[in-house]
Design a protein around this ligand. Structure first.
Ligand code: DX5
Ligand code: ZN
Length: 227
């Protein structure tokens, strides 16, 4: 069985109580905090930046923070988020001119590097980049908003990327983002994913712990006790 990670997206959290919301999902057993950064340019929405990431670290959040950049350009924000305490930093290849350089920049800061592919984006740039990537993130909705429906075309893409990762022999995570909930997480895992972003499915549920535990049961993992 794969080692699965559940990453609640704080995009759907109550921003008026962000620190408490993050602590609540971590207490409920989340593995990673997914942090969506939008610039009203690469995507039609505007969210949070490095100051908020740093504030979470200053509020004693020790869990990995998975920064998903939906911004262009990316290089300065890579530096800023690394300084702010990000653990993973992922960007979309069409948001930077020199993809290889931006990936290296992330690792040079001591963070895990990720490339994100929109539903309509081809995967061909992966061919020469696999050894520079720690996580491949497939969007299963068009980026910009929480609460959208999972696009079924993602399944085939997940299978393709799982094959690429297995063929490479490299320890690359396969993350998927958008429209994931208790009803489809098993099927998505079967297609090859091992890291699951879920925003509305967790934060819009009445009991974060129950929702995360149900996801783990679907994945065949033992529910994690509150820590
Ligand atoms: C969308 C974001 C997602 C979003 C997922 O652009 O990248 O992380 O928060 O939200 P749900 O799980 O509600 O689809
Ligand atoms: Zn995201």
């Amino acid at each position: 069985m794969r080692d699965y990670l559940i990453a609640p997206s704080i995009l759907s959290a109550d921003f008026a109580h962000l620190g408490d919301e993050v602590n609540a999902v971590l207490d409920a057993g989340a593995d990673v905090i997914h942090f969506d950064v939008m610039d009203n340019h690469y995507v039609p929405n505007l969210t949070i930046g490095p100051m908020v990431c740093e504030a979470l670290r200053n509020n004693k959040v020790l869990a990995p923070i998975d920064v998903h950049l939906m911004v262009t350009p990316v290089d300065q924000l890579i530096l800023d988020f690394a300084k702010a305490g990000a653990s993973y930093i992922s960007f979309h290849p069409d948001a930077t001119v020199h993809v290889d350089r931006s990936l290296q920049l992330i690792r040079d800061q001591g963070c895990k590097s990720g490339l994100v592919f929109n539903p309509g984006a081809p995967l061909d740039c992966l061919e020469y980049l696999m050894d520079k990537i720690d996580v491949i993130l497939l969007m299963s909705v068009n980026p910009g908003f929480g609460g959208q429906k999972f696009l079924p075309s993602t399944m085939k893409k997940l299978e393709q990327v799982r094959q690429l990762i297995d063929d490479s022999g490299l320890p690359i995570r396969l993350e998927v983002d958008g429209g994931i909930g208790v009803d489809n997480i098993r099927e998505i895992a079967n297609a090859g994913a091992d890291m699951f972003v879920a925003g509305s499915a967790i934060f819009n549920s009445p009991d974060y712990s129950a929702t995360i535990n149900t996801m783990r049961e679907e994945l065949g993992q033992h529910p994690i006790k509150n820590h």
